[in-house]
Design a protein around this ligand. Structure first.
Ligand code: PMP
Length: 352
């Protein structure tokens, strides 16, 4: 390599490199195992609707750019959630929509409020933008507590929260939305697994609510999500987003998934049933496990738990590096029933 290295943005020095979890192949080889189950990324292991897979496969015009905002998909989403089309945007996952939102509102030195432990990408994005981070406290059930309303440009609310699995109290959300001077970004990545939602807040001029096809719909690999935002924000969003954020193959798959809601609902029902079974089994083993409204459980166990489980062929998420978590904090995704049984069998060995 020759020449000079120009300086990268100073804010990047504060960002730790992302360390991905171990892959199934790595664990198989390292421990000489035939069966390894990965319950670390909150994926839907039942997979996408076969109709979505077929729609993805049938798309052949790979040489053409996709539409910037697919009317066809926006119409389907509008029917699915009962919100008018003019307030819906499509993006490359909630990740992409978060990026767009930060690009619209944040100036260097602005404040972003978030409530650890929560989805780590919020902090990464805020840091890239040179924002100051204000941390909102949580109570012992992990619900956000607000004494003073944040004076920030963006407040992030994740409900159900990753990694703790709890819903936020609508009263708290209402206070933040009504009293905050800035935008409130509500992340409902896991809403299909929950008993209630915060959609009512999309009636406010300062709220963006984002959802995804990555979780309940099982399309994580296609990078497709959407948001409901006021029309004045949508106008700005269209200016800042990359011109073609989602491929047509992904759009077609998402449309087909919305035409096959029964498939998604049946997987969600199975996951919810298993979530309750695992929760009760872990409780009866004396584990400090928390009730969840998402497709994962959060628990506080011995710090050696993740390594011991990995040796036995189960990859779970060690959350000790999450801001606001401690050693021994673990998140386990709810997989297919056979995966969950395998997890339980091995967890009994490790905990017993
Ligand atoms: N928000 C939360 C709370 C998440 O857990 C995730 C995925 N891990 C995302 C957003 C990202 O979702 P997407 O795949 O739609 O970018």
């Amino acid at each position: 390599m020759e020449g000079k290295r120009p300086a990268v943005r100073r804010s990047l020095t504060e960002i730790k490199e992302y360390v991905p979890g171990k892959s199934i192949e790595y664990v198989k080889e390292k421990f000489g195992l035939d069966r390894v189950v990965k319950l670390a990324s909150n994926e839907n292991l039942y997979g996408a609707s076969p109709k979505a897979i077929e729609a993805f496969r049938n798309f052949k015009d790979l040489h053409l750019y996709p539409p910037s905002q697919s009317e066809e998909l926006i119409e389907r989403i509008s029917e699915y959630i009962g919100i008018e089309k003019s307030r819906i945007v499509i993006g490359s996952g909630i990740d992409g929509i978060l990026e767009g939102t930060f690009n619209i509102f944040l100036e260097k030195g602005d404040t972003v409020s978030l409530s650890p432990p929560t989805f780590p990408y919020y902090t990464t994005l805020a840091t890239i933008h040179g924002a100051r981070i204000e941390k909102l406290k949580r109570d012992k059930d992990f619900q956000i507590k607000v004494s003073n309303i944040p004076k920030s440009k963006i407040t992030l609310i994740c409900s159900p929260n990753n990694p703790t699995g709890n819903l936020e109290n609508p009263e708290t959300v209402k206070r933040i939305v009504e009293e905050s001077q800035g935008m409130v970004f509500i992340d409902e990545a896991y809403v299909e697994f929950a008993s209630s939602d915060l959609l009512e807040f999309t009636e406010y001029e300062n709220v963006i609510l984002a959802r995804t096809f990555s979780k309940a719909f099982g399309l994580a690999n296609l990078r497709i999500g959407y948001a409901i935002m006021p029309e004045w924000v949508k106008k700005e969003y269209i200016k800042v987003t990359t011109p073609f954020p989602v491929s047509t193959a992904a759009i077609k798959a998402a449309c087909a998934a919305l035409d096959d809601l029964d498939y998604m609902k049946s997987a969600v029902e199975r996951i919810k049933k298993d979530r309750e079974r695992l929760f009760n089994e872990l409780l009866s083993l004396g584990v400090e496990v928390y009730p969840s409204q998402a497709n994962f459980l959060f628990m506080r166990v011995n710090p050696s738990f993740c390594d011991e489980m990995m040796k036995r062929g189960v990859i779970v998420r060690d959350c000790s590096s999450f801001d606001g978590c401690r050693k021994g904090d673990v998140r386990v995704s709810i997989g297919r029933t056979e995966d969950n049984e395998y997890f339980l069998e091995k967890a009994k060995e490790v905990l017993g």
